[in-house]
Design a protein around this ligand. Structure first.
Ligand code: PAF
Length: 288
């Protein structure tokens, strides 16, 4: 496995694989890899000849006061895991390689010239709570796509809204890349795997499984025919908050994240809830 830090070396390497007719699979990450990431790599390996995994903690997608500085950087451990998983190349650029004009002591987004904005969908749910977050995500993913030039890219379904934003700009801007969603990987108690789970104590990790249980209960009610979506959302929020969470939203939506109506057959229920200071996300998709 090769570890590459510069765009020029990455381009050279990718060009030689392309010339050899290889299908390139890509897994973008911010590192601190867990089993969920390794399953994305596994899926990419099953569909491509060469798998490239990027590790880059992207300052553009963190707002003021968020955990950009604290976000765990564990390149050596990540490299060991990726080598074991069969990954071919790690692309781990420095911030200066990705954003040459950025100074990290200021507001990152105001210093970057060209950005990928996906209006509408970027401003609801996670985007309402974290203004600018999805512009930061879409911009870095578009840059990485241009650097790696993959045929396929794999993303986890835990970040459901992120996946929709990426699918939207890939379609709108005609990137010739197949976007593949990997189902959420969970702990045995149902907690969705996330690098941010590392911020939770052991007791909190047990408590946190209540989010998935709440989403499951809610989805069972919908499958059984309940259509009073607003009431269901409010009850679910109250249920979680009674267990010590501070819930930002539980939202029943159509698959494209527009408002859910009785005529929608593919729904998604999304949750964002704080346990202590950790914001946890989860979702369940429902086919009626
Ligand atoms: O999901 C993530 O880890 C990040 O948002 C991504 C897609 C790697 C962009 O920085």
């Amino acid at each position: 496995m090769q570890i590459i830090h510069t765009i020029s070396e990455l381009r050279q390497t990718v060009t030689s694989f392309r010339q050899a007719g290889k299908i390139i699979g890509f897994v973008p990450t911010m590192g601190n890899l867990h089993q969920g990431h390794l399953q994305l790599v596994e899926m990419a390996l099953s569909q491509a000849d060469i798998v490239i995994c990027s590790i880059f903690v992207n300052p553009l997608q963190f707002g003021e006061g968020e955990d950009f500085e604290q976000y765990p950087r564990t390149l050596q451990e990540d490299a060991d895991k990726l080598q074991q998983a069969g990954c071919d190349i790690i692309f781990a650029p420095a911030v200066a390689e990705m954003y040459p004009d950025l100074e990290l002591d200021g507001q990152a987004q105001s210093q970057v010239q060209s950005q990928v904005i996906v209006p509408g969908i970027s401003n609801i749910l996670e985007g309402a709570a974290r203004p600018g977050h999805f512009t930061g995500v879409a911009t870095v993913v578009a840059k990485l796509f241009n650097m790696v030039q993959p045929d396929k890219a794999v993303f986890g379904a835990k970040d459901y809204q992120q996946l929709q934003v990426i699918k939207q700009f890939v379609s709108d801007l005609c990137f010739p890349i197949e976007i593949i969603a990997h189902p959420i990987v969970r702990e045995s108690n149902g907690l969705a795997l996330s690098s941010r789970n590392g911020y939770l104590s052991e007791v909190q990790k047990q408590q946190a499984s209540a989010i998935y249980q709440t989403l499951q209960d809610l989805s069972k009610q919908i499958i059984a025919g309940a259509q009073n979506y607003e009431e269901l959302e409010q009850q679910a929020v109250a249920h979680l908050n009674a267990q010590g969470f501070v819930t930002d939203y539980i939202s029943i939506r159509a698959a494209d994240l527009s408002a859910a109506t009785a005529s929608h057959k593919h729904l998604v229920v999304l949750a964002a809830s704080y346990l202590g200071t950790t914001r946890l996300l989860d979702n369940i998709e429902i086919e009626l």
